[in-house]
Design a protein around this ligand. Structure first.
Ligand code: 5AD
Ligand code: SF4
Length: 444
């Protein structure tokens, strides 16, 4: 029996890639195991978006080889694999498979080579027209499923490795996306999250030629699917029709993650983001004037080369103006191959930390204020879990807020009865910066 163990780092795209890799391995006769010790083949699906990702991967591979590595095979997948390529064989000679995401369609052939004793199997070709489609995806969560609609990225943000690690954009046909969605609905899934580095530039390659808003509308019509989310959006390609689609159909979740990165035009230009602050705010305006309250979240980078105190102030002013419901914020980190490597005026680490702290404190206050406005209202929660320690069910609102709640008739999962995977209306009684708490009204 051939066994494998897989560890995954990085974004939802990576998590979902692993689901597809796992399914492919199982269909090729492998069995997944839960510990490194039990496995013949050990796979790391890696991320290289920030920090010293490659060093961390090498360190881990080295450590593992020393402690448990006898007679096992190692494979490095994902963004570090694509970025470092065959250098991985030099620095970690016990690795025998190095493959980036654009090569996963060739995984069965790569496995055959590994089994034949080839100790330097690679999948590093980025020049692909295909997206990774497989009928074998192994989803862990039985209620909420990811569907990739577009892979790769054709933008060239000056700080970003993704175009180098995930290759050019490839959209799946709308027919194939919808078929997958209908199959998931038939299996009982209630929520679908559409994935892509830039979902807004989705373009159906079949003659139908649908754009993203059209695909979104059709997804909202799939019988049995109660919620559809999508991530991530690039402001340049985010059109008003997407907001209109959300306004028309409550199945489409009223949450948009629209990374701004900086509030300063000078920085946006240096970052090659292809929009100005004003253009970005126009998109925010469409959402703020929608009939449904649309929750808006973002990503921000502080300390990009050349960022002055005045540039940083513009970012603070922007977050005050938009009042985001949530934010991921990062210190700029230099990445291999990227255009920003050539820029002068690197910001000292302590200064980046100072700015990040200020930004996060400012945002925390906004979230406390916005969340507390919801106290007293009722929200529909999709139940995802149960917290033994607090006795609360863990749910998520359509706006993507975490909502922990007590249920008068279902204090806990028992006798095979659980609320997980169900929708429940909850009255909000308390609010924190990162979550809401409440009490269930009815069970739908
Ligand atoms: N340094 C810091 N943050 C980065 N991001 C992407 N590349 C870098 C980098 N080199 C952030 C951006 C992006 C999010 C996924 O990660 O904010 O939106
Ligand atoms: Fe990390 Fe970006 Fe690769 Fe996702 S696409 S795994 S965030 S480097």
């Amino acid at each position: 029996m051939k066994t494998f163990y897989i560890e995954t780092f990085g974004c939802q795209m990576n998590v979902h890639d692993s689901e597809k890799v796992i399914g492919t391995l199982i269909s090729e006769g492998y069995t997944q195991v839960e510990t490194l010790e039990q496995a013949d083949l050990i796979l790391y699906n890696t991320c290289s978006i920030r920090d010293k990702a490659e060093q961390k991967v090498f360190h881990r591979l080295q450590q593992f080889k020393k402690e448990h590595g006898k007679g096992k095979m190692f494979g490095v997948l994902g963004c570090v694999a694509q970025q470092e390529g065959e250098r991985i064989f030099e620095r970690a000679p016990h690795v025998s498979l190095v493959a980036g995401s654009a090569s996963y369609t060739k995984l069965p052939q790569m496995l055959v080579q590994l089994e034949a004793g080839n100790r330097r199997v690679t999948g590093l070709d980025l020049d692909t027209e295909e997206a990774f489609e497989t009928a074998f995806t192994r989803r862990d969560n039985p209620h909420r499923a990811y569907i990739t609609i577009i892979e790769g990225c054709d933008k060239s943000c000056a700080y970003c490795v993704v175009p180098f690690t995930r290759g050019p954009e490839r959209s799946r046909t709308s027919a194939s996306v919808l078929k997958e969605a209908r199959e998931l609905a038939a299996m009982g899934y209630k929520e679908i999250q559409l994935l892509g580095q830039n979902v807004n530039s989705y373009r159906d390659p079949s003659p139908a030629g649908w754009d993203f808003a059209r695909l979104l509308r059709e997804m909202g019509q799939v019988d049995g699917i109660r919620r559809v989310r999508f991530t991530t959006s690039h402001p340049r390609d985010f059109v008003k029709d997407i907001v209109d689609a959300i306004d028309e159909n409550p199945v489409l979740c009223n949450h948009v993650h629209l990374p701004v990165q900086s509030g300063s035009d000078r920085m946006l230009e240096r970052m090659q983001r292809l929009y100005t602050r004003e253009e970005y705010l126009r998109r925010i305006g469409w959402m703020k004037s929608a009939r449904r309250g649309i929750s808006i979240t973002t990503d921000i980078i502080v300390g990009f080369p050349g960022e002055t105190e005045a540039d940083f102030e513009r970012t603070l002013e922007l977050i005050d103006a938009v009042e985001y419901d949530s934010m991921f914020s990062f210190k700029y980190s230099r990445r291999p191959n990227t255009a920003a490597l050539a820029l002068e005026d690197q910001i000292p680490e302590e200064e980046k930390t100072r700015r990040l702290t200020i930004l996060q404190e400012r945002q925390r206050a906004i979230q406390i204020r916005r969340n507390s406005e919801l106290v007293g209202t009722a929200e529909e929660a999709f139940v995802e879990g149960y917290n033994q320690a607090t006795g609360q069910w863990i749910g998520r609102t359509t706006q993507n807020r975490t909502l922990n709640f007590l249920h008068p008739e279902h204090a806990r999962p028992q006798n095979g009865q659980t609320l997980i995977g169900k929708f429940t209306s909850v009255r909000i009684t308390r609010a924190g910066p990162n979550s809401l708490a409440g009490e269930a009204l009815t069970c739908v």
